[in-house]
Design a protein around this ligand. Structure first.
Ligand code: NAG
Ligand code: NAG
Ligand code: NAG
Ligand code: NAG
Ligand code: NAG
Ligand code: NAG
Ligand code: NAG
Ligand code: NAG
Ligand code: NAG
Length: 538
């Protein structure tokens, strides 16, 4: 049916779009957003009232002059789009006979301006997506600076497509479209915690897939903690003794596979090795890392072996985790075991350090080691609160606890990530999606210079009460509410979250259609639907 392919129509299409009566919205005002179903909302959208039909053999065409896609990142993204669009619907090819062939979209033409595909921090994620009405043949067009912008465009494209149960084909509604888009923040994170409960690799990959639907771009992997140490560290193999069981483990090769999988979807993996607190599990295989058998955290600050192990861990993970940053924790350090354990208190005395100075010494040593492997460092806010003036200015302060920390840290010249627990902790089931949506990372930060230091934010899925059985519905849809806050330009954000309920409900149903167990909007946290009814009303 879609026999004749050709590039001849392209010039005409761009002329054609100028002639069409288009409803133009520069900044998407709340009223007009009611007609849009895209989540998160783009920077600028114009759309019309016509419809086109997706051809059965949708093809990907590219202008390979700059970007060759040797890695296949774009091609794989396109195949994922086809998989998502076809979903579980059966496209009945013979119905195309009844459709005017000039209304059938035969492909997506992608032009990427840069040749590289390195997923740098702050990589250009912008894109332009257009679906003109008068093509012959019809195409959708994507322009992006990098392949990662193009992947976002494909996601947006998927959200303007609908399977029509009368025609039994996939339609693009509200044509013609012109969308310009780019993220507000370069860091749009989700934390998962594989220490409190192990998460199977397949589930981590599902979480990564779902992040791409909401345009989140950093998976903060809180790999190890007090409760278990699931990651293989070849330099110190007995760290693995601290796992829950012999099967709740990740080999380093499996970690590399997760990094690769995420990278091909435009997602950075931020590894966290939390020191000196939150590390009891390290001592199961190496008990000398504990101050004593009865007093097991924080890690023994007086022992050279402690720092040898940290160095070994950083050396091993730096071969696999290629994001610019590593997270070194530094939170909730209770130093009472240091002062109560004789060999450590003797060491403190000899060094002339009190316990808070020893905490600072530990954090700065770990930072120094991580820097030597090329990492920039993220620490939880306690490091800034306790000895901010001593931290390297390159440290990124991860806010979670006290009000005002982001103001103070940015005033002192530090970059920040916002994860204030009262609004962006997914494990707090009482926090509603409206509260996730309303949480503004730049709250009370008025100076542009300070605003520019807020890299973005992150929602945290701490693992005490989630595992593979319930993690998806605890993350979604609330993480999506935060994702719009982090992606969408400030002017386009709803001032009252009621305005976005319908669109978020639509996105939640879309997640369900794609096999993600996103919970209803009504009810708290991961509540079940309250009564029989349409997905769109839950
Ligand atoms: C198909 O659509 C085009 C453009 O809308 C129109 O010019 C043409 O007449 C239509 N053809 C038929 C057979 O309806
Ligand atoms: C499906 O297609 C039919 C026939 O073109 C149209 O009348 C109907 O409005 C479409 N349904 C939806 C939900 O768009
Ligand atoms: C650590 O695990 C290894 C292999 O399972 C075992 O041989 C060893 O005894 C364990 N060591 C400790 C301290 O638990
Ligand atoms: C640890 O605690 C046990 C039981 O409370 C006690 O018998 C033992 O002496 C303690 N060991 C050390 C090293 O303090
Ligand atoms: C620990 O390291 C320091 C500095 O590198 C060194 O002076 C000291 O002798 C070492 N201690 C032990 C017990 O190896
Ligand atoms: C610190 O730990 C000690 C013993 O491990 C405990 O008694 C004390 O309450 C803790 N302090 C805080 C502030 O949690
Ligand atoms: C540790 O020493 C510093 C001075 O170097 C002092 O400001 C601080 O209050 C001391 N902390 C404790 C807990 O004694
Ligand atoms: C912002 O400032 C107001 C008024 O001073 C204060 O009540 C609020 O807690 C502050 N919020 C944050 C996130 O700093
Ligand atoms: C948000 O809008 C709803 C519905 O229009 C209204 O009931 C509610 O009071 C508004 N909330 C705020 C904080 O303005």
């Amino acid at each position: 049916m879609l026999a004749m392919m050709g590039r001849i129509g392209i010039q005409k299409i761009f002329l054609g779009i100028l002639l069409i009566d288009v409803l133009v919205i520069r900044s998407v005002a709340a009223d007009n957003a009611k007609d849009l179903k895209i989540w998160p909302l783009p920077v600028s959208v114009s759309y019309g009232h016509d419809r086109l039909y997706l051809g059965n053999d949708l093809e990907l065409t590219t202008d390979g002059r700059m970007y060759s896609d040797a890695s296949g990142i774009l091609k794989d993204g396109f195949f994922r789009l086809l998989h998502i669009l076809n979903g579980d619907h059966v496209i009945e090819a013979n119905t195309f006979h009844f459709i005017n062939s000039s209304l059938v979209i035969e492909g997506i033409h992608v032009v990427i301006a840069s040749s590289g595909n390195e997923l740098q921090h702050g990589v250009d994620e912008s894109y332009k997506l257009s679906v003109p009405m008068q093509g012959n043949p019809s195409f959708a067009y994507i322009e992006a600076k990098t392949v990662y912008g193009a992947l976002h465009a494909l996601e947006t494209f998927s959200q303007i497509c609908y399977f029509n149960f009368s025609t039994r084909v996939i339609e693009v509604h509200q044509v013609p479209w012109t969308i310009f888009d780019k993220p507000r923040f370069s860091y749009r994170g989700l934390l998962i915690d594989t220490s409190r409960h192990f998460l199977p690799i397949r589930m981590i990959k599902k979480v990564i897939d779902s992040m791409t639907y909401a345009k989140l771009n950093v998976l903060h992997w809180h790999i190890v903690d007090t409760e278990s140490f699931p990651l293989e560290i070849p330099s110190y193999p007995k760290l693995w003794n601290g796992t829950y069981s012999s099967s709740e483990r990740y080999t380093m090769a499996e970690a590399a596979e997760i990094v690769r999988y995420a990278q091909r979807r435009g997602i950075h993996i931020l590894a966290e090795i939390d020191v000196p607190g939150h590390a009891k599990s390290w001592g199961v295989g190496y008990p000398s890392l504990w101050p004593s058998i009865n007093c097991t955290q924080p890690l023994d600050v007086s022992s050279n072996f402690t720092f040898e192990v940290i160095d070994g861990i950083l050396s091993d993970i730096s071969k696999v985790f290629k994001y610019k940053f590593v997270h070194l924790g530094g939170d909730e350090v209770n130093t009472s075991c240091w002062t109560s354990t004789p060999h450590i208190s003797n060491w403190l005395e000899k060094k002339g350090l009190n316990e808070s100075e020893a905490y600072q010494y530990f954090v700065l040593e770990a930072q120094r080691m991580a820097s030597s492997y090329g990492y920039d460092i993220i620490n939880w806010e306690e490091t800034f609160v306790n000895f901010g003036s001593k931290l390297s200015r390159k440290t990124v302060i991860h806010h979670w606890l006290r009000g005002g920390v982001v103001q103070q840290a940015t005033a002192a010249g530090f970059q920040c990530i916002v994860s204030n627990q009262e609004s962006w902790y997914l494990d707090n089931l009482g926090t509603t999606w409206q509260e996730f949506y309303a949480n503004e990372p730049l709250m009370n930060i008025t100076k542009p210079k300070q605003q520019a230091l807020v890299m973005g934010g992150e929602v945290c899925m701490w693992g005490e009460r989630v595992d593979g059985s319930d993690i998806e519905q605890t993350i979604w849809p609330r993480a999506a509410a935060a994702a719009e806050r982090l992606w969408t330009s400030y002017d386009n954000l709803a001032k009252n979250s009621t305005e976005v309920t319908e669109r978020l409900a639509h996105f939640r149903c879309l997640l369900n259609q794609r096999g993600v167990a996103a919970a209803p909007l009504t009810g708290r946290g991961r509540a079940a639907p309250v009564e029989p009814g349409s997905c769109y009303k839950q």
